[in-house]
Design a protein around this ligand. Structure first.
Ligand SMILES: Cc1cc2nc3c(=O)[nH]c(=O)nc-3n(C[C@H](O)[C@H](O)[C@H](O)COP(=O)(O)OP(=O)(O)OC[C@H]3O[C@@H](n4cnc5c(N)ncnc54)[C@H](O)[C@@H]3O)c2cc1C
Length: 425
């Protein structure tokens, strides 16, 4: 068969015409299944589709891969597996260690934890000739299955009854043991309510001055450590730049999470065993809180209502049954259905819930800005083309009242079954 590459000028024209109804279809065909970012035009000149460059990241923002690895994966002939394949990296003899203590809120790596691990990799991989390894120390039970994908080379998992609950004294003593055994070059903790406290305790125990509220770390040849960090100071009014210290308490978005490599996440144990600590703090267990009294900025699960909600009683009832914190769009607030302190968005509260359910909210840019740090977004809307549905990880297309009523029914049914099982046991 001839080696000649045959081009279809009509298809090439459709590929160039973004408004043509078959545009995406033809681009996908030219790109071997994926929407091509580059293809050969009819006159042999390479054409580039700027809209197909990059990919949509976990927070709904388009990310552009400047290394070219993603585009290479999209080249015709590559399989889907190849597109998703991450480079496997094993660091057998690390030159040094970077220790990370993730929050593991809800038993999983949070987006804040992943950003921190991205920062850890930045520090560990700075010198390819002498790479460091990232060791994560995880307390208590967890449900995480993708430690390696998040950039972890070694994993110290402290499990069992002894490590569940609020145990700052035991946790700090354990971290001190890790410090003695591995002497990490850096300690990274999230500057959150949990990690921030633990990090400050660790710094006091090790007698070191940490950098808190760090939002940026950059290489700096003139600095003593080769790195400088920028941190919020003066109650968030100023930025402080200093040489990167050994203990770093970093804010969310301090670095990009890892997306291209998979690491070994090899489980390891502490060779000196676990410390024996006679704690003076006793964990009395969790206290049930009224979700309505939780501030929006700290809420983990938000049921937010917009202009599409017509039956407000059923919305309030659903929030109570689901145990969700209530949020609202600006229209719902301006119309007097929700108080001002419940407004989510650019001119309201920026939220970072693990689950954000947007009921009857169209997804205006000002609203989306306020939810960009949420882990999972669920949209309930009549309009399948609205921006909230595009942003959502899961969308339910239907009437808000009907969907909420069905949800409440399912939850109540589930709870009744659980109760029956408990009674029977
Ligand atoms: C300077 C400035 C700052 C702003 N700041 C904010 C801010 O901080 N937060 C904020 O939220 N907005 C803010 N806004 C307003 C923003 O631009 C939008 O107007 C607002 O977010 C729209 O609210 P909404 O989605 O509830 O209403 P709409 O845009 O009216 O959307 C209603 C949605 O409900 C759906 N719907 C209708 N009926 C049903 C039904 N029966 N069941 C299910 N779905 C249904 C519709 O399909 C639609 O998608 C700001 C605007 C400006 C100019």
């Amino acid at each position: 068969m001839s080696e000649l590459v045959r081009r279809d000028p009509r298809k090439a024209w459709i590929a160039r015409n973004r408004l043509h109804p078959q545009h995406l279809e033809v681009l996908a065909e030219l790109g071997g299944g994926a929407v091509a970012s580059e293809w050969m035009g009819p006159n042999g000149v390479m054409r580039r589709n700027p809209h197909a460059v990059g990919f949509i990241g976990p927070n709904g923002i388009r990310r552009i891969d400047r290394s070219g690895a993603q585009q290479a994966a999209q080249a015709p002939g590559r399989s889907v597996e190849a597109k998703d394949a991450r480079r496997h990296v094993a660091i057998d003899a690390p030159a040094f260690m970077v220790a990370v203590v993730p929050d593991m809120a809800g038993g999983r790596l949070s987006s804040h934890d992943r950003d921190l691990l991205g920062l850890a990799r930045q520090l560990a991989d700075a010198d390819p000739a002498q790479p460091g390894a990232v060791v994560a120390i995880v307390f208590g039970e967890h449900k995480e299955t993708a430690f390696g994908e998040a950039g972890i080379d070694r994993l110290i998992h402290l499990e069992g009854e002894r490590f569940s609950g609020y145990l700052p004294e035991l946790s700090v003593a354990t971290l001190q043991g890790v410090d003695r055994e591995m002497a990490p070059r850096y300690w990274l903790l999230p500057d959150s309510s949990v990690g921030g406290e633990l990090g400050r305790r660790l710094a006091a125990r090790l007698g070191e001055r940490p950098a808190a509220q760090v939002w940026q770390v950059e290489a700096d040849a003139e600095s003593a450590t080769g790195w400088r960090c920028t941190a919020r100071g003066a109650a968030g009014r100023n930025d402080i730049t200093r040489s990167l210290p050994r203990i770093v308490l970093a804010l969310a978005e301090c670095a990009d999470p890892i997306s291209e490599t998979r690491h070994a996440a090899e489980p390891i144990n502490l060779s000196h065993g676990l410390p024996d600590v006679l704690g003076r703090i006793e964990d009395m267990g969790e206290v049930a809180v009224d979700p309505a009294s939780v501030s929006l900025a700290e809420a983990e699960f938000i049921l937010s209502a917009g202009n599409g909600v017509k039956d407000w009683d059923s919305y309030h009832h659903a929030a109570e049954v689901l145990g969700a914190t209530k949020g609202a769009s600006r229209v719902a607030v301006d119309d007097g259905f929700m108080p001002r302190d419940r407004q989510v968005g650019a001119t309201g509260t920026w939220v970072s819930a693990r689950v954000y359910v947007a009921v009857g909210i169209s997804g205006a840019i000002q609203h989306l800005q306020g939810i960009q740090s949420c882990d999972k977004v669920v949209a309930v809307n009549l309009d399948e083309g609205c921006d909230m549905v595009k942003r959502a990880d899961l969308a339910v297309i239907g009437d808000a009242s009907a969907v909420l009523a069905a949800l409440v029914k399912r939850v109540e049914q589930y709870r009744a079954e659980q109760q029956e099982n408990r009674d029977a046991a």
